[in-house]
Design a protein around this ligand. Structure first.
Ligand SMILES: [Zn+2]
Ligand SMILES: [Zn+2]
Ligand SMILES: [Zn+2]
Length: 180
């Protein structure tokens, strides 16, 4: 019985590793035709000299969502850590600026953990924070340059709190705190 459970856990882990350790190569477009690479293909359509771009979430069940993506492929596991500190700060600043334009002080950002992400290309979800989602698992930071990089493959979600930011840590599925 115990062995069966262990085997199930192991097979689930390898399935996830296949998904997130994406084997796509921008130099070989034929490697990006699979569904988890659809955002990789969107990145390749962008002008080569830009750092970041916005996309409306194309999921018809999430009509109020936007995404922010880097043009470069920080794909698969640990995308945040693949960026330089300066790139991360710029990315969070852009995401917050757009989120505030869309939702005023009601905005939220979400980055899913490595285990639940279904697209290999790095992306941050931008939306309206739902009511009642607050927890006590957060740190308070004063600006985008202080948003940490999770080291354990978990995601994070962010929302304003006065003139500071809450960064909620330690969760895999984070985008569910945002209005669809
Ligand atoms: Zn890909
Ligand atoms: Zn990519
Ligand atoms: Zn909070």
């Amino acid at each position: 019985m115990r062995l069966t459970v262990l085997l199930l856990v192991l097979s689930a882990c390898s399935a996830y590793a296949d998904m997130s350790a994406c084997a796509c190569d921008p130099a070989r477009p034929e490697t990006m035709t699979v569904r988890p690479c659809s955002l990789c293909r969107e990145a390749e359509k962008q002008p080569p000299d830009i750092d970041f771009f916005f996309l409306k979430d194309n999921n018809p069940r999430k009509p109020n969502r936007w995404l922010l993506l880097p043009r470069a492929h920080h794909d698969g596991v640990g995308g945040l850590a693949q960026m330089s500190r300066a790139q991360r700060t710029k990315m969070w600043r852009l995401a917050i600026e757009r989120a505030r334009q869309l939702w005023g002080d009601g905005w939220g950002l979400a980055y899913n953990g490595d285990k639940v992400r279904t697209q290999c290309h790095f992306h941050v979800h931008i939306g309206k924070l739902l009511a009642g989602v607050e927890t006590d698992r957060f740190i308070v930071v004063s600006g985008p340059e202080h948003i940490p990089v999770p080291k354990d493959g978990t995601g994070l979600w962010i929302h304003p709190a006065g003139d500071k930011l809450h960064v909620h840590l330690g969760e895999q599925t984070t985008e569910t705190v945002l209005f669809r």
